[in-house]
Design a protein. Structure first.
Length: 407
């Protein structure tokens, strides 16, 4: 196997005043920079197949953005579009990319979007230019820094809060790529949590919890390693220090806890110099719906039918490591079911990957109409099985390819 990695600063200009993402109540543009935003990329090549993974400190990417940009990356770098994972860290302290239609009316937003698109091409090329013989391995640890955020209110309704008894996966997955001499090239970090350490009152640019964790590990290795955050199933998870107005102490603490566990796990991973890479994608569609009123804390809500919702499922398999991407904010139990039913020994579920389909709850979650379930565009009874069965089909198909090549 050969691999290369690169990092690119995508922090907006101090005075650009770009609209921020994640909280509808914020009406003004950003008003300062707390910490820089980055895109990070890893390119893998087994001699026959090339794959690329790119993570960005942004809240999400639309289906339209993914479709346009993945095709452009493929054309300009030679990486097949179905072998590309574009992942958002889901920080709520970054500029809102929005839709192409909305951006077209704002010159500053349009310029920033172009910078992101062009930067992705540049970043993949940089990673390709640094490609060298490498080894890869996967391990896992635990970090108790997330908690279920679907909480029961006093009137019997469900809303955003802290629910320590709700489903919560503390697993931290780590994928390490290093030179044949043992020098780290990239360390990929997967954990399920929202990037909401800062609340809606914050107007400073920040990578939030994902950015803090990646930076801590990179600094630990003297900035000689690239550490992409590949988002886990955080649709129903918040950090233990959540939405703390104007204080970054909680964000930095959670980032350090995660970072220290990443380093501990990485030191113990068994590495392999051989790799067979397989990749596949498919789009599943579910009946759509929409809320007839604004979301809120109440017991009863009405929905009407809406356009079907496409969910893109993406898979990159390297030996017994399976990166399973889902284009939305997937809930914990869906992710755990994928990992439980997967025949691949190391299955890593990645949310906010290759598009945005909104919140993707498990079927039973629809009986508790929390904020996430209220605004989910997917009707109950479809999303969970469509995601799990679709990914299992992709895992099986790439597994057959890998087995044939190994023979």
């Amino acid at each position: 196997m050969r691999a290369g990695a690169a990092r690119l600063d995508i922090t907006p200009e101090q005075d650009a005043a770009l609209p921020m993402s994640g909280y509808a109540a914020r009406t003004e543009g950003h008003q300062g920079i707390h910490d820089n935003l980055y895109m990070r990329a890893v390119v893998l090549n087994d001699g026959i197949t090339q794959a690329a993974l790119l993570s960005a400190d942004l809240i999400d990417f639309s289906h339209a953005f993914y479709s346009k940009t993945s095709q452009r990356i493929s054309q300009e770098t030679g990486v097949p579009s179905e072998n590309i994972l574009i992942i958002a860290t889901h920080t709520h302290a970054a500029p809102a990319l929005g839709t192409y239609e909305a951006i077209a009316t704002n010159a500053r937003r349009a310029a920033y979007l172009k910078r992101i698109e062009d930067g992705m091409i540049e970043l993949i090329r940089q990673a390709q230019g640094r490609i060298q013989p490498a080894r890869i391995g996967c391990g896992s640890g635990r970090a108790n820094v997330n908690v279920n955020r679907r909480a029961l209110m006093a009137d019997g309704s469900w809303w955003l809060g802290i629910n320590p008894d709700g489903p919560s996966d503390k697993t931290l997955a780590v994928i390490k790529v290093e030179t044949t001499a043992g020098e780290p090239i990239a360390i990929l970090l997967n954990y399920g949590v929202h990037g909401t350490g800062m609340g809606k009152e914050n107007y400073q640019i920040s990578g939030d919890v994902p950015g803090a964790a990646s930076r801590w590990v990179e600094q630990h290795f003297g900035d000689k390693v690239v550490v992409p955050w590949i988002s886990g199933a955080g649709g129903d998870q918040c950090p233990i220090y959540d939405r703390v107005p104007s204080k970054f102490d909680g964000v930095m603490a959670v980032g350090r806890i995660l970072g220290e566990e990443v380093v501990r796990v990485a030191e113990r991973i068994t590495m392999s110099p051989n790799a067979v890479i397989g990749a596949a994608q498919k789009v599943v569609s579910c009946p759509g719906r929409k809320l007839t009123s604004a979301p809120g804390i109440r017991k009863h809500h009405e929905f009407v039918d809406a356009e079907p919702v496409d969910i893109r499922l993406s898979l990159i398999r390297i030996n017994d490591i399976t990166l399973a991407g889902i284009s939305g904010e997937v809930f914990t139990l869906v992710s755990q079911r994928v990992k439980r039913e997967s025949p691949s020994r190391n299955t890593v579920v990645i949310a906010h990957c290759n598009g945005s389909s909104g919140y993707l709850p498990e079927d039973v979650a629809y009986g508790q109409l929390s904020y996430e379930v209220q605004v989910s565009r997917v009707k109950s009874g479809c999303g969970e099985n469509a995601i799990v069965n679709g990914l299992l089909e992709l895992i099986e198909s790439t597994g057959k390819i890998s087995a044939a090549r190994q023979e």
